[in-house]
Design a binder for this molecule. Sequence first.
Ligand code: SF4
Length: 395
Amino acid sequence: MATFSPDALSAITPEFSYAGEKSLSRETACRLLRADDAMLPSLLAAAQLARDRFKPAIITYSRKVFIPLTNLCRDYCGYCTFRRDPGEPGAHTMSPDEVMEVVRAGEPMGCTEALFSLGDKPELLFPQMRDALRHLGFKSTLHYLEAMCEKVLRDSSLLPHPNPGLMSAEWLNRLSRVSPSMGLMLESTSTRLLARNAAHDNAPDKAPAKRLRVIEDAGRQKIPFTTGILIGIGETLEERVDTLIAIRDLHEQYGHIQEVIVQNFRAKPGTPMALAHEPDRADMLRTLAVARLLMPSMNIQAPPNLSDPHYADLLDGGINDWGGISPLTPDFINPEKPWPHLAQLEQRSNAKGFELRQRLPVYPEFADHAASHSGLLADRLGTASDVNGYARRAA
Ligand code: SF4
C-alpha cells in the first residue's frame, strides 16, 4: 500500500498529518469519522491532498448498459426494491435476445460496459427459476450468466462486468475468462446486521464471512475486483471503519481490488427500511474522506445519482471515479434516482477542476491482470482500450 506524507497536512492538525504517513489506524479512522462541522473542511482538505497525490486531475466513469439478468433473488435485504418473488408484478428473467437488444442499443451510444446485475441464486429457492433455466438450457443462474457474458464479449464491442452475488472459487475462475472484472459489494462486516429485523435479516448471502471469502478467492486468482461499503444500514461508525479496513487489508495482501465503492443508503417506499434514517451529506463526505485516507492510492467511487442534486460535492471527499453511468438504461437498483446526463456530469466535473474520462469496466492499471485470464479477453481489451488503458471512445 503506497502512502504519502505531504507537509501541508501538518499545518492542519497533527491528526491529519498522521493520516497518510503510514496506514491509518482503526482508532484514528474512527476519530476522523466523528469529525465535527468545524473539523470537516480540514478532513476534506487532507483527503483531497491524498487523492491529488495519487489520482490527480482526472475523474473517470464507465459508460454502461445495465442488464438485470434476473430480479428473482433468494435474499430479502431490508432496503431492496430490485428483488422479486416469482409471480410478483415486475418479476422477470431476461432472454438472450433481450440481453443482446440492450447491448446493441448501447453500442452506438458509446457504451463499453455491460453490467450484469442480478439476484443471488434464485433457483435454490424457487422451482419457477429452475424451470426457466431448464427452458433456456442452463443448469444454474451462473451457467446462464457465463454464457451471456461470453456472447456479449464475442458478439459486441461491450465488455461484461458481472455482479452475481456469492461465487465459488471455481465460478470466479470461469467468469474471469469471459469478463475483465467482476464485483461483489462487501457492504458491511457487521454480523449484527443479520439479526432479526436488521438490514440483512433473511439475507443468507450477506453473511460477511462468505463475502470476504469470495473477495479473497478473487485475490488469489488475480481477478480485478470491485467491492465497497453501503453506509447507513444500521452499522456503527466503528463497524464502518472495520469494513473499510477489511477491504484495505485484502488489497494489501492480493493487490486485486480495482475500486472501492462508498454507497449511501437511500430509503425506499415499500421496503422494511422505508423510514430508516439516510446518511446526510456530511456523513457521506466524512466517510469518503476516511476511505481515501485509509486507502490513499486506490480508486474510490461514489454513485452520483444517490447524491443528486449535490453530487459534485462528493469530489471534495476525495473520490476519483463516478462509477457506471448509462445514457440508455435506468439504475434498476435505484430506479427513482436517475443518473445525471453525461454532459452535466462533465460540466460539473470540469467546474471542480477535473477532466472527465471514460474508462472500461476494468481500470487501466488492472487491464494486464484481466487480459491474462483468456486470449479472448486479451483480444477484446486490446480493441476497446486506448494507449493509456481508458476506453477508446472519447467521453
Ligand atoms: S440487495 Fe441483492 S441480494 Fe439483497 S435482496 Fe436485493 S437483489 Fe437480493
